[in-house]
Design a protein around this ligand. Sequence first.
Ligand code: AN7
Length: 347
Amino acid sequence: MGVLKKYGDLLPLTEKTPNVNLEEGSTPLIYLPRISDKLGIKLYGKFEGCNPSGSFKDRGMVLAVAKALEDGKRALICASTGNTSASAAAYAAYAGIPCFVLLPAGKVALGKLAQALMYGAKVIAVKGNFDRALELAREGAEKTGCAMVNSVNPFRLIGQRSGAWEICDVLGKAPDWHAIPVGNAGNISAYWAGYNEYFKLGKIKTLPRMMGFQAEGAAPLVTNQPCPNPETVATAIRIGNPVSAHLARAAVQESSGEFNSVTDEQILSAQRLLASEGGVFAEPASCAPLAGILKLRDLGKLPEGITVTMILTGNGLKDPDTAMSQVGKPIEINDTLEDLMRVLESK
Ligand code: AN7
């Protein structure tokens, strides 16, 4: 069941809102026993890579596109580090309307680029970073009347609240810590709003601490100033001037949470750990929270026994280049049993 149907009561739908549904949401909340034991906590990963376009963006995009259609809009526009563009392009294809996506040239993971092109979006590579592409997209939207579907579109963040509702529905409570990567800072804000809504409805009795993690080379919320030249292997969160910074700061402050940064090396090491000891392949940006939890553990700042949910925001398959740069090559053999046995019996 898609997000609009599953959580329609909590969403601003009207009789005129068209049904848009790629069966997004309802992603698995995976308990990770080996990594949990290692850390002395109960660690769950919410695998947003299982969404139809392979990232959490679909939760908000479905509502943003439904409302755009309701509003009579006939085209979508967005800037993106990759996942928003893939999601927008997918829903535009579903709805049968054009989609313009502005990407920072040369800085988008291969799978995401393939998606946007395959779904049939008009893909525009901007010789500049994401922050500049976003400014351009906003101006383009104003001039043309295209629906702007970046998270400045309020419906995006409302739809993304559904992630928090699902976690609470499955756990029967809120986690102690909610660990999440932070780029443009929309998702952390949406989750905080979602938890608060459930709290007010009496569906949960406590609220989580919101723990936001950024890449060291793109950590404006940690340094408390915009980062003019963001740089990180986690291209999804290569963002220097987050649009929802104010909401994210409020979420962290109100929840007694924290922003922390992690190095690219820590991110990639966490990505390998999650895959090889968790069985979950998430893209680099999605592994910033695990990197951060490990860092906090090393600093003695990870309480024992707590329940932690981390949002694995995007699928690892989206960025095969970064994955392949870290791992070995397959063992090639002749097609003989002898060759095979040599490998099976080696240590
Ligand atoms: C995998 O696609 O900004 O803090 O343009 O793709 O809500 O921005 C992506 C962001 C985390 C950060 N993980 O979320 C885009 C874009 C992944 C992402 C984030 C993104 P926000």
